[in-house]
Design a protein around this ligand. Structure first.
Ligand SMILES: [Zn+2]
Length: 127
């Protein structure tokens, strides 16, 4: 016995299950279409220097865990200062090189946070 299901073949041309991937804020990325330099190399090192200098001056705690950062530690120490992008580069590539989008974070925190930090500037206390 054959199964009787297929009333129509699975080939309707217009709507054959074409689903747009719904990503958040896709349009944000189209505002500024200038190619963005990848976050690496000397420019990233310079950015880190800036963030460190400013963080040291202001005694800025880690933007992720809110603990103090020992600014004398150097990469690749896990507790050393690294540059966290407040608005993730993934969603806001055009802000990659915007110093206002940089904040100091422990290297370890930075790595584990990934893109978890959302668009908000405030970090909530999650106790
Ligand atoms: Zn931290």
């Amino acid at each position: 016995m054959e199964s009787l299901t297929p009333a129509k073949p699975d080939c309707s041309p217009k709507q054959s299950g074409f689903v747009m991937p719904r990503t958040l804020e896709v349009h944000e990325m189209n505002i500024n279409q200038a190619p963005v330099k990848p976050w690496s190399g000397r420019a990233a090192a310079e950015a880190l220097k800036q963030v460190k200098a400013k963080g040291r001056r202001n005694q800025t705690p880690c933007v992720i865990c809110d603990q103090g950062i020992d600014y004398s530690l150097a990469y690749p120490h896990r507790q050393s200062c690294s540059v966290q992008h407040i608005k993730p580069r993934k969603h806001f590539p055009q802000l990659t090189w915007d110093p206002l989008n940089w904040a100091p974070a422990h290297l370890d925190c930075n790595k584990s946070a990934g893109a978890k930090i959302q668009t908000g500037l405030g970090i909530t206390d999650d106790w």
